[in-house]
Design a protein around this ligand. Structure first.
Ligand SMILES: Nc1nc2c(c(=O)[nH]1)N[C@H]1C(S)=C(S)[C@@H](COP(=O)(O)O)O[C@H]1N2
Ligand SMILES: [Mo]
Length: 255
C-alpha cells in the first residue's frame, strides 16, 4: 500500500467507525438500562461494540449454580379474568394459542402440541426496569418453529402478543406487547412453559410466557393468548406496540 492509499484507507475506516459510534450512542440514550450497565462496571467501549453487533448476538447464559433461590412475580400475578380462571382450573387443557393476522396459514396449538414442538432450554437473567433481576431456567417452544408453521405473509413486520390479564379493575386494557420478526426468529426467543424444571406457575405467566432474552422484563409477556402478525401498530390499542409503551416506555428495550 502506498502512503497515500494507506491514508485514504485509514480515513475511510475512521469515518465508518465514527458512524458506528454515533449509531451506538443513539441507542445508548434510548436505552433505559444503559446507566445500569455502566454501574455494573462494564467498559463503555465493550458496551458500544456490543451495541453495534447486537441484534444478532445472544444474551448471556448462566450455569445451574447461578440460579436465583426463587423467581419472583411482578406485575400481574393472577389474571382477573373469568375466561382465564376457567382455563387455569382445568390445567389449561382447553387453552389454545392462536396465531393469526398477516400469515399464510393461521394456526391453533394446545399446550401438549406446543410441548411436542422444537424446544430450547436456557438459563438467563431477567432485568426489570423497577430495579430487580433474577436468574431462571426456562424451557419452551422456539418461536421460530411457530413462524415456520404459519409462514408470515410478505409485509408482516411485527408480532403483537395479546395477553389474558386486564390492567384495569373494570376488566379492560389487557396487557399486550410486541417484537419484530428479527427477535421472533432469534434462537433464544421461546414461548416458555417451564420455569426451573417445573410447570410454569400462574404468577410467572402460565400456561406460556414469552422469553425475548436481549430485552427488559416488560417485553416478556405472560399469559399469552394470541399472537397477531401485523405490518404496523396503527389501530392497535395506543398504537405504540405495548401496554407500557403506550405509557411512554421504550419499544426496543435492550440491545
Ligand atoms: N401479561 C403480563 N405480562 C407481563 C407483565 C404483566 O403484568 N402482565 N409484567 C411484565 C414485567 S414489568 C416483568 S418485570 C415481568 C415479570 O415476570 P415475572 O412475574 O415472571 O417475574 O413480566 C412482564 N410481563
Ligand atoms: Mo418489569
Amino acid at each position: 500500500m502506498t502512503e497515500q492509499s494507506r491514508r485514504r484507507f485509514l480515513a475511510r475506516a475512521l469515518a465508518a467507525a465514527g458512524a458506528l459510534v454515533v449509531a451506538g450512542c443513539e441507542r445508548l440514550s434510548e436505552s433505559e438500562w444503559f446507566p445500569k450497565v455502566l454501574a455494573a462496571g462494564e467498559k463503555a467501549s465493550d458496551a458500544i461494540s456490543h451495541l453495534v453487533t447486537s441484534r444478532k448476538s445472544r444474551a448471556q447464559e448462566f450455569a445451574p449454580k447461578d440460579l436465583s433461590p426463587s423467581f419472583r412475580s411482578n406485575g400481574t400475578s393472577e389474571p382477573n379474568n373469568d375466561e382465564y380462571r376457567a382455563l387455569a382450573a382445568n390445567q389449561f387443557a382447553d387453552w389454545r394459542l392462536v396465531v393469526d393476522g398477516m400469515v399464510e396459514k393461521p394456526g391453533r396449538w394446545s399446550l401438549d402440541e406446543l410441548r411436542a414442538m422444537p424446544s430450547r432450554t436456557q438459563i438467563t437473567r431477567h432485568d426489570c426496569v423497577e430495579g430487580w433481576s433474577a436468574i431462571g431456567k426456562w424451557k419452551g417452544t422456539k418461536l421460530s418453529a411457530i413462524l415456520d408453521a404459519v409462514r408470515p405473509a410478505p409485509g408482516a413486520r411485527y408480532l403483537v402478543i395479546h395477553c389474558a390479564d386486564p390492567m384495569e379493575d373494570d376488566g379492560t386494557e389487557l396487557y399486550y406487547e410486541s417484537i419484530d420478526l428479527e427477535d421472533a426468529y432469534h434462537p433464544q426467543t421461546i414461548l416458555a412453559y417451564e420455569l426451573n424444571d417445573a410447570v410454569l406457575p400462574v404468577p410467572n405467566g402460565a400456561p406460556i410466557r414469552l422469553r425475548v432474552e436481549r430485552q427488559l422484563g416488560y417485553k416478556h409477556a405472560k399469559y399469552v393468548m394470541r399472537i397477531e402478525l401485523v405490518e404496523s401498530f396503527a389501530g392497535i390499542r395506543g398504537g405504540k406496540g405495548g401496554y407500557w409503551e403506550d405509557q411512554g416506555y421504550q419499544w426496543y428495550a435492550g440491545i
